[in-house]
Design a protein around this ligand. Structure first.
Ligand SMILES: Cc1cc2nc3c(=O)[nH]c(=O)nc-3n(C[C@H](O)[C@H](O)[C@H](O)COP(=O)(O)OP(=O)(O)OC[C@H]3O[C@@H](n4cnc5c(N)ncnc54)[C@H](O)[C@@H]3O)c2cc1C
Length: 407
């Protein structure tokens, strides 16, 4: 039986970073990174951006070349899935590598793309965008594709819409809520992106959902809840993820929506940590509300905390969340969490395609969404860190740099 001092499950952003951080911190025990994808560990954000449009080669998405992992003595067990965890014996069952023992384990498995729950949701014309193989499958189908329906008006669906428009495809976005990005942003940002996508030729349908995906004479059609029928060649589902925590929960770990972790990212199982998209934690930037954050920042910063904790340093996860999204020529940068905000202030003119939305909660600045306003992003994050209470009129005044509003 193979045995490692640290077994990292999931070779994505969090898992790879945890192994790298451990070596950087001087950890000299054995480390294995077991992941169910066949490729070397790679960046996921380009999948819905430059990799989708063919503007970035896969080699440029690798975190590190193969030699890096070898030289740091990090064993990569690729194309292998952990199917069972025995917390008492400290072993996992895997596909391809049998039973593996560990002293300490880091669970960094992210989530799998949520399947469309309607009849026909598993049709061969329906694709996700979560892994390299998903986008490769889309690429293989693109030559015969003219019309694309995207289900889900979140960041991934909208980035894909922009990418497909660049490739000259006819694109329709179906969103169940009455506005885009409703889970993550306020109405001002939603309205801006709806107008922008429409201007770019995307057909945006709000307040409706796909009830069935049907085929007749080889043609695919989406039947919507508002009665519309959209004939298309390809469907992309961007409706969120389901955290990959089945084996951990079956082994007795506390959780529900993901697996619960404490401030040092420890699960309720002995010597078992969880990080990244699958880790449900009390986020200090959401007033301690239990949440999962799906971002590169969260995966990397949690990985760092775990490496520090394993090295015996005191570490707590309290990093300020940030995120980005690229659509067309627009660069959105977000910082903070707007969960529970009670006010949104628009700073600048959305019509100029350069503006920010500032979220306040009980008078405090808690988050910003900055569209091509890098200065607001950099200076605004200091207002959040300072937990500053700033007058709404001052925040809206673009003549005043945000740094001048710091208390
Ligand atoms: C298309 C797309 C675009 C994105 N764009 C952005 C962006 O612009 N900015 C941003 O901040 N974030 C973005 N994200 C989110 C970001 O990529 C994730 O938050 C980040 O990858 C989370 O890291 P993770 O380690 O938790 O999970 P992942 O990176 O998903 O890695 C998890 C790995 O574990 C594997 N795995 C799952 N279960 C098992 C198992 N049982 N055994 C072995 N292996 C397993 C998975 O296959 C996967 O390889 C994007 C995500 C996607 C999909």
């Amino acid at each position: 039986m193979q045995h490692y001092d640290v077994l990292v499950v999931g070779a994505g952003h969090g898992g790879s970073q945890a192994a790298i951080q451990l070596r950087q911190a001087g950890f000299d025990g054995s480390i294995a990174l077991v992941g169910d994808e066949p490729e070397l560990p790679y960046e996921r954000p380009p999948l819905s951006k430059e990799y989708l449009t063919g503007d970035k080669d896969f080699e440029r998405m690798l975190f590190r070349p193969e030699s890096f992992w070898r030289e740091r003595d990090i064993t990569l067990l690729a194309a292998s899935r952990v199917t069972r965890v025995d917390p008492a014996a400290k072993t996992v069952a895997t596909t391809g590598h049998g039973t593996i023992g560990f002293d300490r384990m880091i669970w960094a498995t992210g989530g799998q793309a949520r399947a469309l729950p309607c009849p026909g949701g598993d049709d061969a014309a329906v694709f996700a965008i979560r892994k390299k193989r998903d986008v490769d499958a889309i690429h293989a189908a693109l030559a015969d594709t003219r019309r694309i329906v995207i289900v889900g008006g979140g960041y991934i669906g909208l980035e894909a819409a922009a990418g497909f428009r660049k490739l000259g495809k006819a694109v329709t976005v179906i969103e169940m809520a009455d506005r885009l990005l409703s889970r993550v942003a306020g109405a001002a940002l939603s309205d801006f992106y709806a107008a922008e996508h429409r201007r770019q030729g995307v057909d945006i349908r709000l307040g409706t959902t796909v009830e069935a995906i049907e085929r007749s004479d080889g043609a695919v059609s989406c039947r919507l809840s508002d009665g519309a029928i959209l004939v298309c060649d390809l469907v992309v589902a961007g409706i969120g993820i389901v955290p990959e925590v089945g084996p951990l929960i079956a082994a007795g770990a506390t959780g529900g929506n993901g697996v619960d972790v404490d401030r040092a990212c420890r699960t309720s199982l002995p010597d078992t940590y969880a990080i990244g998209d699958c880790a449900s934690h009390a986020n200090v930037w959401a007033d301690g509300e239990q949440t999962r954050v799906e971002s590169v920042q969260n995966a990397h910063d949690m990985a760092k905390v775990v490496a520090q904790d394993m090295m015996g340093e005191e570490a707590i996860y309290d990093a300020l969340p940030w995120f980005w999204s690229n659509q067309y020529d627009l660069k959105l940068q977000t910082v903070g969490l707007n969960i529970g905000h009670d006010e949104e202030i628009v700073r600048g003119d959305p019509g100029s395609r350069s503006f920010s939305v500032i979220y306040r909660k009980a008078g405090r600045v808690v988050a910003l969404d900055c569209v091509d306003r890098a200065k607001d992003y950099v200076q605004g994050r200091k207002l959040i860190e300072a937990r500053a209470e700033v007058d709404a009129g001052a925040l809206a005044d673009i003549a005043v740099p945000l740094k001048e509003l710091l208390p």
